[in-house]
Write a protein that binds this ligand. Structure first.
Ligand code: DGY
Length: 342
């Protein structure tokens, strides 16, 4: 029987590609790039599985007429690039990479919070530009403390909880808002108190966004929400672009109705709102919250395990570890089944 074929949409760790190649024929891209819907349709047309990145959209149009594709693994926990109902309707299993990135993203949220609050990026730019030529004013470069302040977390999933646990070391008071309250033991472990969203916005000194991007969450932080925040507050977004209204945020930062912000994600990324680029009180990074060596490797391996398992191969054959729509598997005919879609 000929080997199944898997498309990998971006350069990936060679050992992970080699692991895939032990079981399947691998068609791996060697350069990064974004693809149009037509290109995606063509790439997915003659493969059994695919590993894609967050900028690659998989929807009904891309899947139209595809009777071979069985699984698409996302290199990320957020999967707003997937039209999950369309994938389910097409009998395509979708998978993501939860949990393996929680701690690294939480670390990075803290890195951004510290950098924005204590003006690390702006100070370094100033120093590198050669401006440090004499003694500095004692009251220059003043930032916002973290220790003893109130941290707010909007979206208290596993990453939010990992961020909250770290707040103990900074002696911070933690408030959070989530659609549903966490069970008491988890709240106690995180030393976090649930409050309404508006109360959260009003009370916090530092606000970290970790909520998933959905239609309902678009511009969850816009001009009205920013207006509720303290002028001394710091905003951090490690979730998704589009959750914040970047134009409104740039106005608030420019007018100093918000002290600082640190953003790892942007509306329409890789484009970044030009007003943000011009602001010294905005720390900006190119969507790298999960990018530690260990974590990106773990994400790649998990994506590969999902694809192989969905195709009935490898040590997890038939049991993809992190499926998003596992119900489609029951519609595949027989499990070694995984050979032909029903
Ligand atoms: C994710 O996994 O959704 C992150 O945004 C990737 O860095």
């Amino acid at each position: 029987m000929s080997k199944k074929k898997v498309w990998v949409s971006r350069p990936l760790f060679p050992d992970v590609l080699a692991h895939l190649a032990d079981h399947v024929e691998v068609a791996a891209e060697t350069v990064e790039g974004t693809r149009s819907a037509d290109q995606m349709r063509a790439k997915l047309a003659d493969v059994d599985g695919a590993i894609v990145g967050l900028s690659e959209r998989v929807d009904a149009g891309v899947l139209a007429g595809n009777t071979r594709l069985k699984v698409v693994a996302n290199l990320g926990v957020g999967f707003n690039n997937f039209d999950l109902p369309a994938m389910t309707a097409a009998g395509v299993l979708a998978t993501n990479t939860p949990d393996v990135l929680n701690e690294s993203v939480a670390d990075y949220a803290w890195a951004l919070m510290l950098a924005a609050a204590r003006r690390v990026s702006a100070a370094e730019r100033w120093l590198r530009a050669g401006h440090w030529t004499s003694t500095m004013r004692f009251d220059d470069w003043l930032g916002v403390d973290l220790h003893g302040k109130t941290l707010g977390i909007l979206g208290m999933g596993r990453i939010g909880q990992a961020i909250a646990r770290r707040a103990c070391g900074f002696d911070m008071h933690v408030l959070y808002h989530n659609r549903s309250r966490l069970p008491d033991p988890v709240e106690r472990e995180c030393r976090a108190q649930w409050v309404e969203k508006h109360e959260l916005l009003r009370r916090v000194d530092h606000l970290v966004l970790v909520l998933p991007f959905t239609a309902a969450n678009r511009h969850a932080i816009g001009a009205p929400e920013l207006a509720l925040m303290k002028p001394s507050a710091v905003l951090v977004n490690v979730a998704r672009g589009g959750i914040v209204d970047d134009a409104a945020l740039a106005r608030a930062l420019r007018d100093k109705t918000l002290a600082a912000a640190a953003l790892d994600v942007f509306e329409g990324e890789p484009a970044v709102h030009p007003d943000l680029l011009a602001l010294d009180n905005a720390v900006l990074s190119p969507h790298i919250a999960s990018a530690s060596e260990d974590t990106r490797r773990a994400m790649a391996r998990l994506a590969a395990d999902n694809v192989l398992a969905a195709l009935g191969l490898g040590k997890l054959a038939g049991q993809p570890p992190t499926p998003l729509n596992p119900e489609v598997m029951s519609r595949w005919s027989g499990a070694a089944s995984v050979d032909n879609k029903a």
